[in-house]
Design a protein around this ligand. Structure first.
Ligand code: KG4
Ligand code: ZN
Length: 373
């Protein structure tokens, strides 16, 4: 079955055609990063306008690149939450219009579950590792969410949330840290780049362990970073005007050249990655996971991957269970994309979980099933 996926939950407009839930035939993404960079983060109104401009060409390109015709499509899957309301309604309405015109079933998809599902997609290069073995523990780390999920049934929406952030999401912590360091948006890749060659042990930044809990907290880390950089900050008038800054309010901070930027970025990255890896590995052992997965934009982080592999090997070393494989989606399927939406859409369609023309956007979609935390 050929499923067209549409993803418009934030600042990316994406469409993709996936066959039988795993084989990606096309994956088109139009990014608005350049548009939002001047503001230091996503501006919802601009994002919505950008979605309206991009949606038709992106969907057309995804169908054309798949080599299929519109009549070859079997269903349309689309993200209907959570996300920015103005962005979501563009994808929801495009999907409904196309579904009505082509007389195809509509499959609404939860954006977070789609991120997790990215681990089921066949990589476009290299060998197919097959589907992840269950039970699995998945660390979902995006710009808006940070959760550890337990999946013990092969059914979307039945995950149990073992832990989640009490304040900032991991991606948000990267974005805010990058802004404090004047590194720009999006913060994750900027911090990873700035950290190259830096000493991750140079600054002892706080790691909120919260006892035995699998919850996270990143707000203290941000404050600690602010305290360290403050003495290096140049007064606003000493900084030359930034041609990219539209408003003085968004002018990035300037620092004395003695600011140890690489060490700070490396230490900041390490503090986030350590706690994510430590708690995920612990959750995997407690729940006897046969697979450990990462999903969401922060899954693109190389240090997080390395640290999680080490962490899982360490906690399972004395246990009687085999060490579970740690997997993550191919890079293009970590950050927002529509292949993950089309892929999960296929599973939902097979389970009869379809929507109709009344299906709406849910910006604050409740996470996981009602029995979960
Ligand atoms: O999943 P995603 O594309 O969008 C949301 O659903 O939020 O995640 C975006 C987040 C941003 O916060 C971005 O800074 C972070 O993912 N990110 C990274 C990296 N690439 C993207 N964080 C750390 N390291 C990276 N390499
Ligand atoms: Zn996302």
């Amino acid at each position: 079955m050929n499923i067209l996926g549409i993803e418009t939950s934030c600042d990316e407009t994406a469409a993709s055609v996936v066959v039988d839930g795993r084989l990606v035939r096309s994956n088109v993404i139009s990014s608005q990063i350049a548009l939002h960079r001047a503001h230091g983060g996503v501006v919802p109104e601009l994002a919505a306008r950008g979605q309206v401009q991009a949606i038709v060409p992106v969907v057309q390109a995804a169908i054309a690149e798949s080599g299929l015709e519109r009549r070859d499509l079997d269903a349309i899957a689309f993200t209907h939450g959570p996300g920015l309301a103005g962005s979501l309604i563009v994808g929801v309405n495009a999907a409904k219009a196309l579904g009505y015109a082509l007389d195809l079933p509509l499959v609404p998809v939860n954006h977070l579950e789609a991120h997790v599902y990215a681990n089921w997609l066949r990589p476009t290069m290299g060998d197919d590792p097959g589907e992840p073995a269950l039970p699995a523990v998945c660390l979902l780390v995006s710009g808006g969410h940070t959760e550890i999920r337990l999946m013990d049934a092969d059914e979307a929406g039945r995950d149990t949330i073992l832990g989640r952030t009490l304040d900032d999401a991991a991606g948000e912590a990267f974005d805010k840290g990058a802004r404090l360091l004047g590194l720009g948006y999006p913060g994750g890749p900027a911090i990873q780049r700035a950290a190259a060659g830096g000493d991750p042990a140079a600054f002892d930044l706080p790691r909120a362990r919260l006892g035995d809990s699998l919850d996270f907290s990143f707000s203290g880390l941000k404050t600690a970073l602010l305290r360290i950089v403050e003495p290096y900050r140049l007064p606003a008038e000493a900084a030359p005007p930034d041609p990219a800054a539209l408003f003085p309010k968004h002018r990035p901070p300037r620092f004395d050249e003695t600011l140890p930027l690489a060490d700070l970025a490396a230490s900041f990255e390490q503090a986030i990655v350590d706690i994510l890896a430590e708690k995920t590995a612990r959750a995997a052992l407690t729940h006897g996971a046969r697979t450990v997965m990462i999903a969401g934009g922060v899954a693109a982080n190389r240090h997080l991957r390395d640290r999680l592999v080490q962490g899982v090997a360490k906690v399972f070393s004395g246990a009687s269970m085999p060490v579970p494989p740690v997997r993550w989606p191919e890079f293009a399927f970590c950050t927002d994309n529509a292949a993950m939406v089309a892929g999960l859409g296929y599973r939902l369609l097979c389970a009869g979980r379809t929507g109709d023309l009344r299906t709406d956007a849910y910006p604050r979609f409740p996470s996981a099933h009602p029995g979960a935390r």
